[in-house]
Design a protein around this ligand. Structure first.
Ligand code: HEC
Length: 111
């Protein structure tokens, strides 16, 4: 009796640990925002965190306000581009705002 209760306690604490781990994983997954997913598509051309390794301009030191206005310029065609107009026109106003804010924060974090 003593043995079995000790065993079930051990099994239970092991299970609780597993559940806590699963919980933490879920929370981490939720922290990936839509803006982060969109920004990842930008990194394909502009380099990781917007630091470009090639001839495409770096976009890592642009404020959120300026980024939003540049992207809106590309969307409307006011700003001349080869690819950015096509790319930016695929996003809604809300998505443009979110990704611009995301880039503003990436810059503050120094990445
Ligand atoms: C297919 C490659 C490609 C992707 C993907 C892309 N860009 Fe661009 N981006 C360019 C190119 C090329 C330019 C130069 C303007 C042009 O010719 O379109 C540019 C220009 C820019 C500029 C202006 C930089 C400057 O100094 O003038 C900003 C800001 C920008 N992109 C932001 C973004 C953001 C934000 C994303 C993601 C939502 C993104 N780009 C995705 C290729 C890309």
């Amino acid at each position: 009796m003593f043995f079995s209760s000790k065993l079930s306690k051990a099994v239970f604490s092991g299970l609780a640990g597993t559940l806590a781990l699963a919980g933490a994983t879920t929370i981490q997954a939720q922290e990936i925002s839509r803006a982060q997913v969109i920004a990842t598509t930008c990194y394909t051309c502009h380099g990781t965190y917007g630091v470009s390794p090639g001839s495409i301009p770096s976009i890592n030191d642009i404020s959120a306000e300026r980024m939003e206005s540049i992207l809106q310029g590309y969307r409307s065609g006011q700003r001349v581009s080869t690819v950015m107009g096509r790319h930016a026109s695929g996003y809604t106003d809300e998505e443009v705002k979110e990704v611009a804010q995301y880039f503003g924060n990436v810059q503050k974090r120094g990445k």
